[in-house]
Design a binder for this molecule. Structure first.
Ligand code: ADP
Ligand code: MG
Length: 698
C-alpha cells in the first residue's frame, strides 16, 4: 500500500492499521427486557451512547489479601468459594447468603444481603472477586464478580474503578461490565478537534480519553482524560455562542459614529470631576465600537455609584456629534428622573428631554414630533420610549440601564426604533455583578466592560453581622449617626411571594421603631403596596433630609442616591441572597461620610460572613455562584450555569477561560467554521447546539 502496489481485500482487513468505523457505534446495545428499558431511561440505546456515557467519577479500591483484613477496611479481595449457605434473619423479609472465601493468606465469611438467588449461582470451587467492607468478622459484599468468564471485565474491580450514574435495573457494576464487553469499540469515535489544536492545547485524543475514563489506569490519567472531554464541552458551547453572534450580526449594520466635531471633547473638558481610569477605558472601548458599523452589543457592569452614566452619556453624545440620535431607557420613572438630573448637571448645549408615562400629553406630543424630525438628539425615559407612537429619525445609540429588568422583547422593540435596515449600537448597563463564569457561558452575544474603580473620595463601607445579643448596641450605633446629622435606612425582612405580608410587616416595624429605638427621630415608610406617588413622596422627603430614618421593604431601588445616608440596617438578612445584600448595602457609602452596613442575622451564616468580608461585588457574585453551585442539583440549576456532559461549572473555570480563548482564535479566522479543517468540529457543535445557533427573533 505504501509503495502504491495494489492490495486485496483480505490483506487489507488483516493489515495492522487502525481506522475508525463510526457506523459500529450505531449498533444497538446487547441488552434485553428490564435492563434494556433501564438503559433507555438513561438515554442509552446504541453502543455509541454507552461509550459516551462517561463515568460520573472514579473510586480507588485497594486490593487486599484476606488474611490482612481488619475491622472497617474497604477493599477488593479475591479467592475461592469453599462453602455456600443461605439463611433467614430475625427481620422477616431479609435473607442473607453466606459463603466462605479463601486465598493463600486466609479465609473469611462473605455476606450478601437480600440476594437469595445467589445461593443457587455460587458454587464451591468458583473463584470470586469481591468488593466490600470487612466488619464484625465478615466481609459485607457490595459488588462481586465470578472470575474467568470475561477477561476484559475481570480487571474492573480493583485499583481505580469507574463509577457510573445508574438507574433502577441497571446498576453501576452492570454498566461497567457492559462497557468492558465493548472495550476496543471506543476507537471508532470521531475526533472533532483538529490535530493542530490538540497539539497546541496538549489534549489527548477523544477515543483515548473515553478509554481512559472507562478503563482507568491511574487517577492521574483519568484526570487528563476528563479534562480533555470537559474542555471539548466548553469549547463547543463557546463556538455555538460565537456562531450565533456572527449570524445575528450578519447583514445588519449600525451607523458608524467616529469622533467628529468637538462636542465630546468640549464636554469632557467641562466635567466637574476627573474621570476614573476605568471610566476612561470604558469610554475608549465604546468609542472604538461606535466608530464601525458593526452593531455594538456591550454590557457595562459597575457597582452602583461607579459612574456608568457618564460613560453612557459619552456614547450618546457621539450620536449627537454625528447628526444622529440616542436614547437612554431606565426601568422606573424615579431612575429615569435621576438620570435626567445627572445628565443635566453634566450636559453641554445639547437638547435633552424626558419621556415617561407621566409626561403630560401636550409635552409628550411635542417630544414625539421632535424625535421624529430628528431635531431632538437625546432622550431619557422609561418603557414609554418603546411605545409604537415613538419614532426616531436616526436612532444610532440605545442605552438600557439595569438591563436585566427588561425582557428580550422590550430590548428588541428598542432595536426596532432605528431607521429601516439599521440597528442601533446598544449599551446595556447593570449594577448587578455578573460573575465571569456566567458572563462567558450565558451571555455569549455580549461584549463586557467592567468599571471596578469607584470615583475617588468614597470611603469603603464597614459591614458587620449583628447577632441577637448585639442588637441594642447596633441601634445605638445608628442613633449616633443620626445625632451627627446623618440618615439611616432600615430594611425589613423579605417575604417571598407576598408583597402584602411584606408591606404589613414593614408597617408594623416602622410603628415599633417610632415608639422605641428611634422615638426621638423622624421616620418615613416605603413599601411596594404604596402608590407610585406616595413612594416618590417618601423618597423625596428622605432625599431632602426631612426624614432621618427610612423604613423600607426590599423595594428601595437600585440607583437611589442619597449621599447623606450613612447607615443601613438589614433585618433578617439571612433571607436575602448575597447579591441582593450587596445591592442594598450600596444605598450607603455614596457621599464623603464613613458608612456602615449592619446585617441582623446569624453570625455563623456563610453568606452573611461573605458579604461582611468582601466589598467587591464581582468577587461576591463569584462566591455566591460557588456556594450555590457546589450545593445540590437544584442549587446548580438556580445558579443559571449551563450543564454539560462532562464539564462542571464553576469548578472548571480555568478550562472555560482556555476554551474561550481558543474559540476566539478559531472564529477570528473562520467565524462559521467553514474551513475543511474544521468540518468535523462544526458538525459536532451543530449536532449539540444546532437549535441555539439561530438568533432569537426580534
Ligand atoms: P451608576 O454607575 O450607579 O449609574 P452614576 O453614573 O449615577 O453611577 O454616578 C454616581 C454619582 O457619581 C453621580 O453623581 C456622578 O455625577 C458621580 N460621578 C461619576 N463619575 C465620577 C468621577 N469620576 N468622580 C466623581 N464623581 C463621579
Ligand atoms: Mg445608574
Amino acid at each position: 500500500m505504501v509503495g502504491g502496489e495494489p492490495i486485496d481485500r483480505r490483506e487489507f482487513f488483516a493489515a495492522n492499521v487502525r481506522w475508525p468505523r463510526p457506523s459500529l457505534l450505531l449498533e444497538p446495545l446487547p441488552l434485553r427486557g428490564k435492563a434494556a428499558e433501564a438503559a433507555q431511561r438513561l438515554g442509552l440505546n446504541t453502543v455509541g451512547d454507552l461509550l459516551e456515557h462517561v463515568p460520573a467519577g472514579h473510586e480507588f479500591r485497594a486490593g487486599r489479601a484476606i488474611g490482612s483484613l481488619s475491622g472497617g477496611d474497604e477493599a477488593t479481595i479475591e479467592g475461592e468459594v469453599k462453602t455456600v449457605a443461605s439463611r433467614p434473619t430475625r427481620r422477616r423479609n431479609l435473607k442473607i447468603v453466606e459463603a466462605r472465601i479463601a486465598d493463600e493468606s486466609g479465609s473469611t465469611k462473605a455476606v450478601w444481603f437480600n440476594q437469595a438467588y445467589l445461593a443457587k449461582q455460587l458454587e464451591p470451587g468458583m473463584r470470586l472477586r469481591l468488593f466490600g467492607k470487612f466488619r464484625g468478622g465478615a466481609f459485607q459484599v457490595r459488588e462481586h464478580r465470578v472470575l474467568g468468564r470475561s477477561a476484559a471485565a475481570d480487571d474492573q474491580m480493583s485499583g481505580v474503578v469507574a463509577m457510573y450514574s445508574s438507574t433502577e435495573g441497571l446498576k453501576s457494576q452492570r454498566l461497567r461490565e457492559l462497557v468492558a464487553e465493548l472495550h476496543g469499540l471506543e476507537l471508532n469515535v470521531i475526533e472533532p478537534l483538529p490535530g493542530r489544536l490538540r497539539a497546541k492545547e496538549r489534549l489527548i485524543g477523544r477515543a483515548d480519553a473515553l478509554a481512559e475514563l472507562h478503563f482507568p489506569r491511574s487517577r492521574l490519567t483519568t484526570e487528563s482524560a476528563r479534562e480533555r472531554l470537559a474542555f471539548e464541552d466548553l469549547l463547543f458551547q463557546q463556538l455555538a455562542l460565537g456562531m450565533r453572534r456572527h449570524k445575528r450580526n450578519a447583514g445588519r449594520a449600525a451607523i458608524s459614529l467616529p469622533p467628529q466635531r468637538d462636542i465630546v471633547e468640549a464636554w469632557r473638558a467641562l466635567l466637574p470631576f476627573e474621570l476614573t481610569g476605568d471610566q476612561r477605558d470604558a469610554i475608549a472601548v465604546i468609542d472604538a465600537d461606535l466608530s464601525t458599523n458593526v452593531p455594538m452589543q456591550r454590557l457595562l457592569m459597575g457597582e452602583v455609584g461607579s459612574g456608568k452614566t457618564v460613560v453612557a452619556l459619552s456614547a450618546m453624545l457621539r450620536a449627537a456629534e454625528n447628526d444622529s440620535q440616542a436614547a437612554l431607557m431606565a426601568p422606573t420613572e424615579t431612575l429615569a428622573e435621576q438620570h435626567l438630573a445627572t445628565l443635566d448637571r453634566m450636559l453641554p448645549q445639547v437638547p435633552l428631554a424626558l419621556l415617561t408615562g407621566s409626561t403630560p400629553a401636550k409635552r409628550r406630543k411635542e417630544i414625539l414630533a421632535r424625535l421624529a424630525s430628528g431635531e431632538l438628539p437625546l432622550v431619557v425615559g422609561t418603557h414609554a420610549l418603546i411605545e409604537p407612537t415613538v419614532e426616531f429619525r436616526r436612532l444610532a445609540v440605545a442605552v438600557v440601564d439595569e438591563q436585566h429588568r427588561f425582557g428580550v422583547r422590550q430590548r428588541a422593540a428598542l432595536d426596532a426604533k432605528a431607521p429601516a435596515g439599521i440597528v442601533p449600537h446598544i449599551l446595556h448597563m447593570t449594577a448587578t455583578p455578573i460573575p465571569r463564569t456566567l458572563a462567558l457561558t450565558g451571555f455569549g452575544d455580549l461584549d463586557f466592560t467592567q468599571i471596578k474603580e469607584l470615583p475617588s473620595g468614597r470611603r469603603p463601607i464597614t459591614t458587620r453581622v449583628v447577632g441577637d445579643e448585639q442588637r441594642a448596641d447596633a441601634y445605638e450605633q445608628v442613633r449616633t449617626q443620626l445625632r451627627e446629622g446623618r440618615q439611616a435606612y432600615v430594611v425589613c425582612p423579605l417575604v417571598e411571594e407576598s408583597e402584602v405580608l411584606e408591606a404589613r410587616a414593614a408597617t408594623a416595624e416602622a410603628e415599633r421603631l417610632a415608639k422605641t429605638e428611634f422615638r426621638d427621630f423622624r421616620l418615613r415608610l416605603i413599601h411596594g403596596q404604596m402608590s407610585s406617588a406616595d413612594k416618590a413622596d417618601a423618597m423625596e422627603a428622605f432625599d431632602r433630609g426631612e426624614a432621618d430614618v427610612l423604613v423600607a421593604t426590599s423595594v428601595i431601588e437600585v440607583g437611589i442616591d442619597v449621599p447623606n445616608a450613612s447607615v443601613i440596617v438589614i433585618e433578617d438578612a439571612d433571607r436575602y441572597g448575597i447579591s441582593q445584600l450587596h445591592q442594598l448595602r450600596g444605598r450607603v457609602g455614596r457621599g464623603e461620610h464613613q458608612s456602615y452596613c449592619l446585617l441582623f442575622g446569624a453570625p455563623g451564616s456563610r453568606r452573611l460572613r461573605a458579604v461582611a468580608g468582601e466589598r467587591d461585588g464581582f468577587k461576591l457574585a463569584q462566591i455566591d455562584l460557588e456556594l450555590r453551585g457546589s450545593g445540590e442539583e437544584l442549587g446548580t440549576r438556580q445558579s443559571g450555569l449551563p450543564r454539560f456532559p462532562v464539564a462542571v461549572l464553576p469548578e472548571d473555570n480555568l478550562l472555560l477561560e482556555r476554551a474561550n480563548v481558543v474559540a476566539d482564535r478559531l472564529m477570528t479566522a473562520d467565524p462559521m467554521l467553514e474551513h475543511p479543517v474544521s468540518e468535523l468540529l462544526r458538525e459536532a457543535v451543530v449536532a449539540r447546539y444546532g437549535n441555539e445557533i439561530d438568533p432569537i427573533p426580534a
